[in-house]
Each structure stands twice: as C-alpha cells, then as structure tokens.
Design a protein around this ligand. Sequence first.
Ligand code: ADP
Ligand code: MG
Length: 721
Amino acid sequence: MPAIDIVMKTNNEKAGRQKGNERQQANWLTSVRQLPGVGERRAQQLKRLNIETWFDLLCWFPRDYEDWSTTVSLAELEDGREAAFLAVVKNKPSVTRRGRLSMVRVSLYQDKRSIQAVWFNQPWIQNQLESGRLYRFYGLIKRSERIFQVQNPSFELADEGFDSEAVQAFKPIYPLTDGLSQKMLRQYILSVWTAIKDQMPEFLPAWIRRSFHLSTAAYAYERIHFPRTSQDIEISRRRIGFEELFLLRCGLYLTRRQTRLQASAWNLSVNTNGKRMITQMIDQLPFKLTQAQQKAWREVQSDLVTDCPMNRLLQGDVGSGKTVIAALAMLQCALAGKQAVLMAPTAILAAQHHQTLSRLLTDSVHEPVLLTGSTSISERRRILSGLQSGEISLVVGTHALIEKKVQFHELGLAITDEQHRFGVRQRKLLAEARNQDKAEKDPHVLVMSATPIPRSLALILYGDLDLSLIDELPPGRQPVETYTAADADRDRVMRLMERVVNAGHQVYVVCPMIEEQADSDLLSAVAVYNQLSQQKNSTWNVGLIHGRLSQEQKDEQMQRFMSGMTQILVSTTVVEVGVDNPNATMMIIENAERFGLAQLHQLRGRVGRSSNQSWCILMSDVQDELARKRLKVICHASDGFAIAEQDLQLRGPGDFFGTRQHGLPDLRMINLYRDRDVITDVEHALTQLIDKDPDLNSPEHQLLRQVIADRYPAVFSQIGL
Ligand code: ADP
Ligand code: MG
C-alpha cells in the first residue's frame, strides 16, 4: 500500500509509526531543505508561509494563473489587462539608478509596432535579455496617450524552434513572501512533484469520485500546479476543494460519533413535581412562546433527558427570544438536582441575563448568582465554595467562569450566549468544566448565536453540533424602519428623536469611538454626549457608556437606562450584543459606514423589541459607492440571513464567518461563496457514506479513514471532542 502519510502535516512523531514505509514517508515529510537550491535562508523564508515539508509545498496552491495560452498582436493590447505577446528585443536594455532604486527599460518590437517594457528594482534583467532575439512576454498593459507600456513582465525565449509545447500555457501565481519569487516556488514545486508523483495515493473511494464527477488525486495535484488548459484548472480546483471540505466534515462526523459512544452526561429528567414547575414557569411568562421557541425547547429538552451529552447550537435572529430557552433548560437542570452555568461575552450582558433569570425563576428555590471580573472578593469566595459544594445550582457570568479556580460539584448543563464572540477554546473550556465527583460526567452543552449564517456554512462551522433554529420573531414585532441620513439631515433626525422621547420611549446613539482624536473626523461618544446633554432641552437625561468605564460605572449607566431614568444612551459598540430594553425604539448610528453589515444588524437588533414602531438611522456622509450599497442593504433587509448573504456578495469571499476564530483549519481551496455547489455535493456524499458504512470500517474506506485522522489531528483535539 502506498504511504498514506503524505497527508500527515509535519507530524514527525508519527513518522516512525509504520515500519517498512519509512522510505516513502520520508519523501512526503522531507524537509524543504532537501530540495536543490533551498538553503537555510530560503527554508526560513518558506517557513514564514508555513511551508516546511514537501507536502506543504504541494499544498501551496496558486492564487491565480497567467494565461500564456494565446499570444495577441500588439494592435490588440488593452489598457489595464494582462496579456501575453511575442516581441523582439532590438537594443540592449538601459538601466537607470537612483539610490537603491533602479529601472530597466527596453523597447520591444512586433512588425512595425512597438511597446515599452520596464522593470523596477530588478537590474539583473538587463543581462537576461539578448538583443535581436524573440521572446514571449506576459504582463499588465498600461496605456498613456498613444504609448503602451508593460510593467515587470515575465518572459521566456521564443525563437528556439518555436516549440509551443515548451511553453507552459497557464503559469501558476503563488502567494509569496519577501525574498521568494514565483520562479523559485515554481521550481521547488516542480522538483517535489517530479519526485513523488508516482506515489500519489487515491483516498477518495471510487464510488464518490464517480457520483460527484471528481478527478483522481494524481491528476488534480499535477494540474493545479501545471495546468495545460483552463479546464484543467477547474477540474483540479473542484477535486481539491471537495477533498478539503469532505475530509473536514468526515472528521467532525467521526469524532462526534466517537464521543457519542464514549461520553456520558447526567440524565436531567425531572419528577412530576418538577414537570409541574416547568409548566408553571412557561404559563407565568409575560408572553406565549412562539411555535419556533416551543419546537426549540422540545428539542433541547429531549436532549437533556438522556445520558448522551447534548451538543446543540440554538440559532435565532436578534430578538427571536433565545434567552427564555436557556432559562427553561437551566431550570430543568436545577430541578434534576444538578448545576447549570450560562456564560455571556460581556459583563453587561451577563448582568442582564442574571436579572432576567432571577425574574423568571421567582418561584423556584434556585436563586441564580452572578460571577464576573468585578465580583467582590468575598462574594466571589462565597460563590466558588457554593459551586464546589453544590449549594449553588445556577450561575451566570463572563469569562470569569472558566478560570481554573471555578469547580463544580455536579455540572449538568453549560450554555454560552452569543457564541460568535467566543473562540472554540473558551467554549471547550466551559464544556470541560469537570465535576468534582468520580462520576466523570460531561455537561450537556448549548450554544446560542444570532450570527446569521446560511445553513450550509453552519454545517461546516458547527458540523459537530445539532442545530435548532428559531426562525420566527415574537408576534406583533414591526420591522425597524431604517434610513440613511447625512449630516445635513441632522435637524430632522433630532426632531424624530424628540418625538420618540416625548412619547416616553428611549434612544441609543452609537458612535465608533470613545474620544475625539485629532486626525479623525469620526464622531466620538464623549463629544456626542457633551453635545446632547448641553442642548436646550435640558429636561432630557443623557447617559454615556463605553468600554473604558469601570464595571460599577457601566452597571450604573445600564441600570439607569433599563429603568427609564435616562432617555438617551450614548454608547460605543458595548451595547452590540444581547442588550434588551424593549422600551428603546430608536437607534442612531454615527459613521455607520465604519461598521460591518453583520454588526449593524446586531446593533439594530437592540430596538424593535416590542410592538411599538422603531427607527434606526444610519448617519453617514461617505460617498463611496460600495459603502452606500452596503448601507442600503441594511435599510431594505431585516432578515439576518439575507443580510449575511448579501454582505458576502458585496465584499466577496473572505474570512467573514471567522473560520479561524472558530478554530477550524484554513480552508485553502474551497471558497464558501463561489463553491456553494461543491458544499452541497460534500453534504450529499457524506450522507451517502454514513448510510453505507457509518464507522468507515469497510476496506474501501480504510485509506480515507486514516487520511482523516492524520490530516486533522489538531482539529480533533481543538474542537475538543
Ligand atoms: P435574543 O434571541 O436576541 O437573545 P431575547 O431572548 O433577548 O432575544 O428576547 C428579546 C425580547 O423578546 C425580550 O424582551 C423577551 O422578553 C421577548 N420575548 C421573548 N420571547 C417572546 C415571545 N414569545 N413573545 C413576546 N416577546 C418575547
Ligand atoms: Mg440574546
């Protein structure tokens, strides 16, 4: 069997594991130092790109290609386009120098036409071009007036027999770092490929390649670096993208299955009395649960009453009412005699949740406590000992909850709110909060998030989680009327604000900065606060909250706003997540162009939390077309999912969904926007695979299974399953 260890990324400890394969393994894991032309310095430069082994080089995929396949005549050149053309060098190139800068210049001829070529800071080019010979050039064409110029073109000799086979039609363009050139990377990758191409193992089972029209690994890895046609590029990208995502999804699936078999949690069933208390809490809510909430609660509840640990994502747009589900789950846990913890990303939100829970759980004997960074030492001591002894069953807090000192007696349930604000590590730490006794139980885990991500992406990011969706807002909510406004409209905005305040409602004013800075004309929270509080209407109480206040000051400001004492709260984005004051019906966002769409959507979610009409005004004087388009998206769409999709289209692909923050490996080939069809195929393939062979035990899946385990050891331990 070929050495499957090609897929082991620099995992040197494992290299010796399989005796007898050592020679071949050595190939794949060989250090780049073993390549001709790579010494200490080059190896260091490559390392900056995280390239250390031959395998790393093979997986260094081109970001684009130069198309040398068709050469054009000089008459066909267009300004601003890249092109390949044939031309003769008539005279020796000239070099001009100024200090450390240099410029090589030469005229190139084709029939009666000519074009000028220039190279910056590559003086050696002068000696590489021989006068009187024909070259093939490739580069970006610039035109000013009637003069054409090509800057820093690459070139190769074209008059030796004119063998078109000798010219590579599509040349890869690799991401580079200082000191490395395209030529070097192409050369290194060619050396590696020549040495190892005959050992390229195929780990995707034939039935998957057939069903989903995928090329072999050998074909794809060769043609991604050395394509002959543009079709080659498509075919290779598809295969490698599929493979990348498929391995990850399989890996998440397998680890998940493993935990299901191994882990055990407390069964949080309750007796008749407990059931009555839960029904009572639901009946006493000031509202009726929506259908979607009821469904989500049923899903959560049925997870809680088994001893297999729940691992569930509760996703619902801002204002959809996730908190009450958390409260119900916590009550169920406490009634079952175990402890439950709720972690929020900010102290403001933690305090708010603590209040909500205390209000909702009035009848129960389980008084929730609050633990944050600013909890007093004596209170903290009391809480820690209560958690350890089991006297305290419900705790709400911030990161302070995952410090080592926090030990639980019998932790039954761990919930994180606004999951997107936490990394995988924090979520994992909370999930790992071990119980004191010898039972070694795992808590049930619920993560709540408003981050609107399309389902296919949720499967990637949270592939290891079950998904509950609250896809319905409480009844009577009116869409928040959202407008853009410029500084010239400020009077009208102020009049609307006056109306809102006079009607007894409250207003948020959100600013991008805390304090004025000399070189910036962004509005700061402090400046806006001063302005508003000195206005003629001195009857208004204006509050100010930002990240630099002490915790007590923040608490006090929030308290005053929640109780209605301040009508207007000027703030930075500290109010972005979770804050819930249904009486606030207007938000003004200064310099709105500074915020991402997802963030604007979250901010706007602070209003429109009752049946009263709400307004959101996006202040911006920026004329930039893309910025205006993005603000328009927010004005016209109220659904977080639609906004996320449009943002993705406007911005183009990027790390929008923060795969990195989630602790997943970089997806190098797959593009989550462009390749949606591949994503769908991967899901289908996975479903079929699980159907056929749930443990990947059959001989035809042996290699696949091993590749998964080898390629993603880090993921497996990071995800914490
Ligand atoms: P989010 O999902 O953004 O965390 P919250 O849980 O903060 O939303 O709920 C938003 C607001 O809606 C709160 O004021 C909450 O009391 C209220 N709410 C929740 N569920 C309902 C419902 N079924 N009917 C009416 N109001 C509700
Ligand atoms: Mg919330």
